[in-house]
Ligand binder design. Structure first.
Ligand SMILES: NC(=O)c1ccc[n+]([C@@H]2O[C@H](COP(=O)([O-])OP(=O)(O)OC[C@H]3O[C@@H](n4cnc5c(N)ncnc54)[C@H](OP(=O)(O)O)[C@@H]3O)[C@@H](O)[C@H]2O)c1
Length: 345
């Protein structure tokens, strides 16, 4: 799979996947480089970002976005460089991020659900715009500050704490003065990572520990704020350990395989929200599309002060795109998973 500027390499959806992804679900194709029409820009892709939602987008239902159809390239968040523009706000050479797909060249209309952001010249790696300054970091920022409203003295629990979103959510809670931030991670090595690299105070190994027992030990007075990236059994258990008037933010559901909308397990213990007077609210970055710059500015300050740890799980090579998506569910390294497919000019 060599790069040739006259060829557009693509990974297409070969069939509607069932359950766990396999290589037969994807088809490699080479086609001509497309041309933008009025109001569109042509972008050459440099990085593909990975997110569990991509699995939902290629399902029949599609989740919160139009489903990717068989024969279409797989949608992703990504970073690219404008090759030609027929839109007044974008010029050749601009580095941009937004919704793209697994191809070398993507024609896009900038007025989609999320803005096509022009990326500032910066002294940090370009790929950070997909992680700490992208969907993970920004959702964590608004989820913690606007929805959970974490304050000094709070005891906070975060699930999927090694993930691109959870690790930064934990760091933000500490930066805001939380008394204790506890993270769920799968296995001893990942538990060590959230203590040594991210700024968590304690870890619960949801694969090996007695989760109930650990929560009783660590939070005898209950949990004030819970950042949920897991759903399923972890969310059920958290209802039992929330303090009166505790807050929960629903961000993701990693306990599900995201293969269709029917597969998400609803909370069994939700009646405790009544008796403990809990507040439970979702977060979705689309609702903050006008405040992204505010989030980036604050996250950048925390990164500079060493309060937010940035971790990337970086790969290189267009051919790796499909296999990496499967690994989001089967176990990936901590941090934001990103695939480099090109260099800027
Ligand atoms: N609402 C929004 O706008 C928004 C924005 C960004 C992300 N999200 C969602 O937030 C969630 C986390 O995203 P991310 O980008 O941080 O993830 P990520 O970097 O792809 O990492 C996935 C995480 O899920 C954990 N995990 C895997 N299987 C699990 C299970 N059965 N139970 C509990 N944890 C499990 C992994 O931890 P271990 O390896 O330790 O198990 C890992 O930390 C996803 O569901 C994503 O779709 C939502």
């Amino acid at each position: 799979m060599k790069t040739d500027k006259k060829i557009n390499r693509q990974w297409l959806l070969a069939r509607r996947p069932v359950g766990t992804l396999t290589s037969e679900d994807f088809e490699y194709k080479e086609s001509a480089v497309p041309t933008p029409s009025e109001g569109e820009v042509l972008v050459r892709m440099l990085y593909f970002g990975y997110d569990a939602s991509q699995r939902l987008w290629i399902s029949e239902h599609g989740g919160y976005m139009k489903p990717v159809q068989v024969g279409e390239p797989i949608r992703c968040m990504g970073i690219g460089q404008v090759v030609s523009s027929r839109h007044a706000d974008y010029a050749e050479g601009d580095l941009v991020d937004g919704f793209f797909s697994w191809q070398d060249y993507v024609v896009t209309k900038p007025d989609a659900q999320m803005p096509l952001r022009i990326l500032p010249k910066a002294d940090y790696p370009l790929s950070w715009n997909l992680g700490v300054f992208g969907v993970g970091g920004l959702t964590a920022y608004f989820g913690v500050t606007d929805v959970l409203r974490v304050k000094p003295g709070d005891t906070v629990v975060v699930s999927a704490a090694t993930g691109a979103t959870g690790s930064i959510a934990g760091d933000i809670c500490k930066a805001l003065g939380a008394k204790q931030v506890i993270g769920f991670a799968g296995g001893p090595e990942k538990c060590r990572w959230i203590l040594e690299k991210a700024h968590f105070d304690a870890a619960i190994d949801y694969k090996n520990d007695d989760v109930e027992q650990r929560l009783r030990e660590l939070c005898p007075d209950g949990v004030d704020a819970y950042y949920d990236n897991a759903g399923g059994d972890i969310l059920d258990t958290m209802f039992l350990h929330m303090a009166p008037r505790g807050r929960m933010v629903l961000c993701g559901a990693m306990s599900s395989d995201y293969s269709d909308m029917d597969g998400f397990q609803g909370p069994k213990n939700y009646v405790l929200a009544i008796t403990k007077m809990l507040r439970m609210e979702g977060v979705h970055l689309f609702f903050y599309r006008d405040r992204l710059a505010e989030g980036v500015a604050q996250l950048a300050r925390w990164v500079e002060e060493g309060k937010v740890h940035v971790e990337e799980c970086l790969y290189e090579g267009f051919e790796k795109a499909p296999e990496l998506l499967a690994s989001v569910f089967t176990g990936k390294r901590p941090g934001k998973m990103v695939l480099k497919v090109g260099d800027p000019e």
